[in-house]
Design a protein around this ligand. Structure first.
Ligand code: ATP
Length: 403
């Protein structure tokens, strides 16, 4: 995100020789409910702040211990919102309630300072202490948490993140992915009520990203810690997010499931038109090793995909790219395509490289297909034309997808 965020300040806070009693006092204020308690939503955010020419007016509610991803163009207001949630800047109005603890309420003049919010942070660059071993980096924050307020244990975190073999090493000897896993562990061991992850994978190459993603995906379910995740990456959103908050010009344009929000035209435009994809939540129905296929069930039908190593009944997100969808006016009696569905054309766009055709399948899901202008002309496609959509391939988010 490129600008000073909570990171510098939090590193500074971590280095302060804090007194445990001071910590405890802040926490008691939080736990005792400094303002009216609200039950149920895990994250209930409503913020208004005018900063120069830019106004933030954002609100969203995310329930359950899942991953809430904030996504928006550069300058959409993600850092501004994170800074307010972290307590580094004070909103003009609104409220911030996390896990039924109110840390800001404009009307009641409640503003818990950052160090009293019990939030954990993970940033793009792990910010480990270079002079400390991995073990000592991990226990650094944990030692400052009163035992009664700890709900995450050392062994649990080390096992979950697969870092037991690294404990004696120093940060300089770790790979980028290992450093990030240790940084996540250090934050978790402060037993945070909310983990804020600000582009935590942005500095890693694709291989390292794929290494760390599954670990992040396990956190909400195995440790019951809610995560607020800021990213520019659609892949990370599709693999991790339960709730997607889509921001533009300081406002929340949409809040909801990844499937719903990512299907919006404005989201598709921002994420690159032809690279956009339809996302379908599915359940592993069965495997057929002989045929090399796995069958994924979704409300309305089945998708066959190349064999995936996932347990039956596991949930996965299937992502269907427009470039992998072909359209025909008639059914092919003999075809190698495994996934053919009937539907109706609902709209046609003309991006530079071809036509993007929106189709509403009879089984109730939308689909997009890329076809050449010539194919469009030959098929005489227009809204209302009935078509057979052939899905050539489906990307499956393996194993670590949020549910
Ligand atoms: N203190 C401030 N005073 C005035 N304007 C500000 C201030 N802080 C941020 N802005 C403006 O608010 C807008 C949103 O900035 P913000 O950093 O929150 O966006 P962002 O979504 O995090 O962007 P990026 O992804 O590029 O990091 C920008 O136009 C920025 O210039």
């Amino acid at each position: 995100m490129g600008k000073p965020g909570p990171c510098g300040f939090v590193s500074f806070l971590l280095l302060l020789p804090w007194r445990p009693w001071l910590f405890q006092n802040f926490w008691l204020a939080v736990w005792n409910g400094a303002c009216e308690e609200k039950i149920d939503p895990m994250l209930d955010i409503d913020l208004k702040k005018v900063q120069g020419d830019f106004t933030v007016e954002a609100a969203f509610v995310a329930k359950g211990a899942g991953v809430t991803a904030m996504f928006g163009h550069s300058g959409a207001g993600k850092t501004s919102i994170i800074n307010m949630i972290a307590g580094l800047s004070r909103p003009d109005a609104g409220h911030i309630v996390v896990n039924d603890h109110c840390v800001f309420d404009g009307e009641k003049n409640v503003h818990i300072p950052p160090e009293g919010r019990r939030f954990g942070y993970v940033f793009q660059d792990g910010r480990l202490f270079p002079h400390l071993s991995v073990r000592n980096n991990l226990v650094y924050g944990m030692k400052r948490v009163p035992p009664g307020a700890r709900y995450i244990e050392f062994d649990q975190v080390v096992d979950l993140l697969g870092i037991s073999h690294l404990l004696k090493r120093h940060p300089a000897t770790l790979s980028g992915g290992e450093k990030q896993r240790v940084a996540i562990g250090r934050s978790l061991l402060t037993s945070p009520v909310l983990l804020i992850m600000d582009e935590p994978l942005a500095s890693l190459d694709q291989a390292r990203k794929s290494e760390v993603l599954p670990f992040i995906a396990r956190l909400p379910r195995e440790l019951r810690v809610p995560i607020l995740y800021v990213t520019h990456s659609v892949d990370e959103i599709l693999n991790l997010a339960d709730t997607l908050v889509f921001l533009s010009n300081g406002k929340t344009l949409a809040v909801g499931s990844v499937e719903t929000v990512s299907a919006r035209d404005d989201f598709q435009r921002l994420t690159g038109g032809m690279e956009a994809a339809v996302v379908v939540s599915t359940r592993v129905d069965s495997h057929d090793p002989g045929a090399g296929l796995t069958r994924l069930e979704f409300p309305g039908g089945m998708l066959s995909v190349p064999l995936v190593d996932l347990p039956v009944n596991g949930t996965v997100r299937a992502r269907i790219h427009p470039r992998n969808v072909g359209l025909a006016l008639e059914a092919f009696p003999r075809t190698s395509f495994q996934n053919i569905f009937q539907g109706i054309v609902t709209g046609i766009n003309d991006p530079c490289n071809g036509s993007l055709v929106n189709v509403s399948l009879d089984i109730g899901i939308p689909l997009m297909a890329t076809i050449t202008p010539r194919a469009r002309q030959e098929l005489d496609l227009k809204p209302g034309t009935r078509v057979h959509a052939m899905i050539k391939s489906v990307s499956v988010s393996l194993g670590y997808v949020a549910t």
